[in-house]
Structure formats: C-alpha cells, structure tokens
Ligand binder design. Structure first.
Ligand SMILES: Cc1ncc(COP(=O)(O)O)c(C=O)c1O
Length: 344
C-alpha cells in the first residue's frame, strides 16, 4: 500500500472474492456460486461473430441486448440498465444516490460488496441483523437511508422472501430500494412484475448464475425510466463490450438451455440438502444455487480446511454464522465428489 492512498479506506480495504484457482488443475469450485455447466452452445458463435467488429465501440446502452431483455421481462427498453455485471450496477447505485455522509441500509449477513462500496463512497452503513430464523427484520423497511439493499434469495443464507411479503416489509421504506435478484432464477418468483406499482424499486439481475456466463460479465437493473435515467447518467461510457452483448443475447434467446440448467440445479439442491441433513448437518431451506449448512459439531473452519486438502473449495464467512459453510450446488458428479470427501 502506498502512502498516497486515501486514508479513509484503511489498510485492509477491498472486496475479498472467493478463491479463484487456476483454470483446470483438478479443483472443484463450490465457493462462488457459478453454474455447474457451460452456457448455451449459441454463445460461442455469437461471441466469435462479435469479434469481427471489435475496432468499433459497442452501443453505450447495450443494444440490442437491452431491447431483448425488455421484451423478455415485458417492459419498455428505457426500463432496463445494462452494466459490466450486477456488481457494476451496485456501484452505479452508490454513484447515483449517495453523497458522502448519506446512509445506506442492508441486512447482515448479506452480499459483502455493499460495505466495501459504502466505504469507498463515504456512505454511512446501516446494518440490520437478520432475525433468528435468518428472515428479514421489520427494521429493514423503516430505517432511514437513501439507498436500501435486499438480496432475494439472500446470500449467503439462501433464504427467499415472497414478493408480496417484501412489499409489506418495504412499504414504509424511504429512498431507493434495490432488490438484488442475482439468484432469483433458482427461486419461485421475481419482483419484476411488481415494479409497476413501485417507482422507487430497482430489481438487479445477472447472467452470471442462471445463464452460466460469470466470465462474460453482464448484469442489469429493471425499474422506472426515471431511476434508469439516474443510472445512465453515472455509468461508464461503454460498460458492456461487444462480445458480452452478443453472448448474453444468445444465452437469453436459448431459454431451453436456461431452463435445463435451472431445473438441474434445483434437483441437485434438493438431493444435496437431503443427504447433508441425513448426515446430521443443519440447513436453512435454500431457494438459491447454494446451501448454507452447519456441519455436525459446527466446525465449519475445520471442514473447509479438510475439503481444501481434497481440492474442493467452499466458502466460509467469519462473524455470527462462522459455524456454517456456503456450498454451491454442483452437477451430480461434483456433488458426489463433495459428499464422498465429507464421508457421507
Ligand atoms: C448477491 C449478489 N449480487 C451480485 C453479484 C454479482 O453478480 P455479477 O457477477 O453479475 O457481477 C453476486 C455475485 O456472486 C451476488 O452474490
């Protein structure tokens, strides 16, 4: 760290992503909630075709993907904002809605990027603990703040809140409400159909999970055109590159592959959960592509280390739930390898 860095960031500043070992090498990555199989076979040719135009900037709004997403969700194109991953959408939310000293609200535990960006933007963090069953507390709807995040299903817990219950909880909420639906493809329903009656809500989605495109970096927000205009005003010049636009559009068009991927993950989530529970693990029911699970005895850190010795990566978070591991749902073969390593 140089002496020139902003002192307010502090020495340990930065987002800590899950470990990314070199590609291949025999590692089983169940630590960053990636898809267990590749994207639609239509993606590679679409990306290859886009490379013939790489000397030209892409469309600044992400067209034609923006219009394709609008059709997909039954909204107008000016209700969609595209960015370099949902992470960049979150960054733009801070840029658009928070001055230094403003407050932003989220439950804990949730996505660990929020506090990092809050620090970067000089925003006061209002962290509200989940209730005993890892559900959303009422204070989440009432705490003062210009920006509010709800991840649904939540990460790392996998707990999903029905859109109608969210509506009730968030009814008194001031400011902008961002509902991060990164894992919604694996859950029963989205909040997007409710946006018509909530002009201060934005729903965030990503191609990283349900479309198996984490490496391409495409995320987006859906919401009222006035909020979308706020995000457009603060975005980078060309946030989504030509290959990403073409690849994501091809993936979106192949809904059959998407449905197969989601159905496979859901089926394996149930099988993995059943096997873990039968072996004495404690699980919170998950509607995401991961489970949040406590090994018998609660030695999550030890289990993490033992799995690592077998070249299997899962995620462990310090704090109130340090007796649990977040385990991405893999393919049947990957889950069998995990269960075998756990002696189950
Ligand atoms: C809750 C949540 N939101 C957003 C993201 C980031 O998505 P993207 O890959 O589109 O940046 C993640 C990634 O794991 C996530 O867990």
């Amino acid at each position: 760290m140089s002496t020139l860095r902003r002192a307010s960031l502090g020495a340990g500043f930065g987002y800590t992503p899950g470990e990314q070992p070199p590609d291949g090498d025999g590692w089983l990555k169940l630590n960053t909630n990636e898809a267990p199989l590749g994207p639609s076979s239509a993606v590679a040719p679409a990306v290859a075709a886009a490379t013939t135009l790489l000397h030209l900037y892409p469309d600044p709004y992400g067209e034609p993907l923006r219009s394709a997403l609008a059709r997909h969700h039954g909204v107008a194109p000016d209700c969609v904002f595209l960015a370099n991953g949902a992470d960049q959408v979150i960054d733009c939310l801070f840029r658009a809605y928070c001055d230094p000293g403003d407050r932003a609200v989220w439950p804990v535990p949730t996505y660990s990027l929020f506090p990092v960006l809050a620090r970067l933007f000089g925003v006061e963090e209002v962290e509200i603990p989940l209730d005993g069953d890892l559900g959303l507390p009422a204070a989440l709807g009432t705490a003062d703040g210009r920006l509010r995040f709800i991840v649904n299903p939540n990460a790392p817990t996998g707990v999903w809140t029905a859109p109608e219950a969210l509506e009730e909880l968030l009814d008194p909420a001031p400011g902008v409400v961002a509902i991060d639906e990164a894992y919604c493809d694996f859950a029963p329903a989205s909040c997007i159909p409710l946006l018509e009656r909530h002009p201060r809500w934005l729903v965030l989605r990503t191609f990283s999970k349900g479309y198996a495109l984490a490496g391409l970096r495409v995320g987006y927000a859906v919401g009222h055109p006035e909020l979308i205009a706020d995000l457009l005003a603060v975005k980078d010049s060309y946030p989504v590159d030509r290959c990403a636009i073409a690849g994501a559009a091809a993936a979106l068009a192949d809904q059959e592959h998407h449905r197969r991927l989601v159905a496979g993950v859901r089926a394996e989530r149930e099988r993995l959960s059943r096997r873990l529970v039968a072996a004495g693990w404690r699980l919170t029911p998950s509607e995401a592509n991961f489970v949040f699970a406590r090994p018998p005895g609660g030695d999550a850190a030890g289990t993490l280390a033992r799995l690592r010795e077998r070249r299997i990566l899962v995620r462990h978070f310090a704090g109130d739930h340090a007796d649990r591991l977040r385990i991405t749902v893999g393919s049947p073969e990957q889950n069998d390898r995990l269960l075998d390593a756990l002696g189950i």
